[in-house]
Write a protein that binds this ligand. Sequence first.
Ligand SMILES: *Cc1c(COP(=O)(O)O)cnc(C)c1O
Length: 222
Amino acid sequence: MSIASNIQYIKAQLPGNVRLVCVSKFHPVEALQEAYNAGQRVFGESKVQEMDEKHEALPKDIEWHFIGHLQSNKIKYIVPYVTLIHGVDSKKLLIEINKQAEKIGRKVNCLLQVYIAQEETKFGFLSEEVLSMFESNTLEELPYVSVCGLMGMASNTDDSGQIKKEFRTLKNLFDKIKANYPSVPGSFKELSMGMSADYAFAVDEGSSLVRIGSAIFGSRLY
Ligand SMILES: *Cc1c(COP(=O)(O)O)cnc(C)c1O
């Protein structure tokens, strides 16, 4: 199957309100160009230098989403152009993004990564920590950060009941925030959940952004 037909196949399964983030990490510029030629405009990368290089090399109407674990000292490289940072997993990182964004006068869109999996290895806030940030107006003190929603990764398991339960937990938290904090802006509307193996479940549970790599490009060569 070609990259174009894989994208077409996936998009045909997504409801109109769900957007595809084409996860292109570790794949060469040529592969991204092929996806671009098939109409794809949203790409997800997990390494700052790699995203910078691809951003330089490819057409300028691409939306670049950073989906990896962002290190504080590298924020400055991506704030000028990144469309959405999916995996913000600490208050310290939010503060640092705000600082770098203020320097160039550009408001940066972020998602708070919430820990929903059973595994110990996944990064993220606990649900209670997210709620307490909204409770304490922490985000209002960070005018150069726009928190546009939540992101989460389900456990890597064959137990579909478990996966659905984890996505549902994230959706419930998202709904709770919208319902309980009237100060939450209208831009708080994205729920980034679902990857190649589990995006169908994520869509069923209310995802608005699916992050799909291997189902488009095949497996990655690290
Ligand atoms: C790599 C990655 C993906 C894509 O994974 P696939 O299984 O290849 O679809 C999605 N989200 C994050 C955070 C990733 O790091």
